[in-house]
Design a protein around this ligand. Structure first.
Ligand SMILES: C[S@@+](CC[C@H](N)C(=O)[O-])C[C@H]1O[C@@H](n2cnc3c(N)ncnc32)[C@H](O)[C@@H]1O
Length: 248
């Protein structure tokens, strides 16, 4: 059984299961958008639209949780017949959650990755000729400091700024920026002005990731993107002069 005193499996709108955390009092995904759909439309598809023609893609997946963003990346890779080599680095504080994932009910789209979930539960990593996935059991704040100029893509998918503020501060995004390549892109479900300010004050440009059937999300990049509509941050700031990013 996946359910324990801290986690309960919950059905989300797209028919895939997510989980509820009693510790953070929050779901791991938007139950309204759906767990699988949220991973695909808010993280994997918009970032791969920009990066998928590279020979190798390095991804920082903050945080592993149920592993949807990493698994949705593999699903997208197979669906689109990509040839790129993919390396995913993912911190996760909750070691017992990772160990219990072989009991989680994943959507059928992930069925062919069962052996990958098992390897991650058992060894903390998976490797074959195309993929490397490493799950670091520990604090994301410490983990990201190990990398410099490495990541093409960052999936920023922590619990919300109100329940896990240390993974949304201006200082945290400064370390994230150092870990990224100069043309790297970051995806997040958060559209909060405080989040966008924390990114903007670190030199990121802010873009809207919108679609007809999901709630708006954010793409951030230090290089200019033409495929997304840019948020006019100076205008937002002038309309909200008291808005501040979170700080450590
Ligand atoms: C919203 S969930 C991640 C969902 C995940 N991306 C998925 O697709 O299933 C947030 C995760 O962050 C983890 N977490 C919280 N604080 C952390 C920290 N400081 N370092 C690493 N992981 C952390 C929680 O244990 C939880 O699994």
């Amino acid at each position: 059984m996946f359910n324990d005193e801290l986690h309960t499996m919950t059905l989300s709108e797209d028919g895939s299961y997510t989980a509820y955390s009693k510790e953070y009092e929050e779901h791991y995904h938007s139950t309204r958008d759906g767990a699988l759909k949220e991973s695909l439309v808010k993280h994997v598809e918009p970032t791969f639209k920009i990066k998928q023609n590279q020979d190798e893609i390095n991804i920082l997946d903050i945080c592993f949780g149920l592993g949807f963003n990493s698994l949705a990346t593999l699903y997208y890779y197979k669906k689109e017949s990509l040839k790129t080599k993919i390396n995913i680095y993912s911190p996760e504080l909750d070691a017992s959650l990772v160990k219990s994932l072989q009991n989680f009910t994943y959507p059928e789209e992930f069925e062919e990755f069962k052996h990958i979930v098992e390897a991650i539960c058992r060894d903390g990593f998976y490797k074959d000729e195309n993929f490397y996935i490493e799950v670091f059991l520990g604090d994301a704040r410490e983990y990201v400091k190990k990398f410099e100029n490495r990541f093409d893509i960052v999936y920023q998918d922590a619990f919300s700024p109100s329940s896990n503020p240390l993974l949304w501060t201006q200082e945290y995004f400064s370390d994230i920026k150092c870990s990224m390549k100069s043309d790297g892109v970051l995806s997040t479900y958060s559209i909060a002005l405080a989040t966008r300010l924390a990114l903007y004050e670190n030199g990121f440009s802010i873009y809207i990731n919108s679609g007809e059937d999901f709630r708006d999300a954010t793409i951030a990049s230090t290089s200019k993107l033409t495929t997304f509509k840019e948020v006019d941050m100076p205008h937002k700031i002038s309309c909200n002069p008291d808005a501040q990013p979170l700080r450590d």
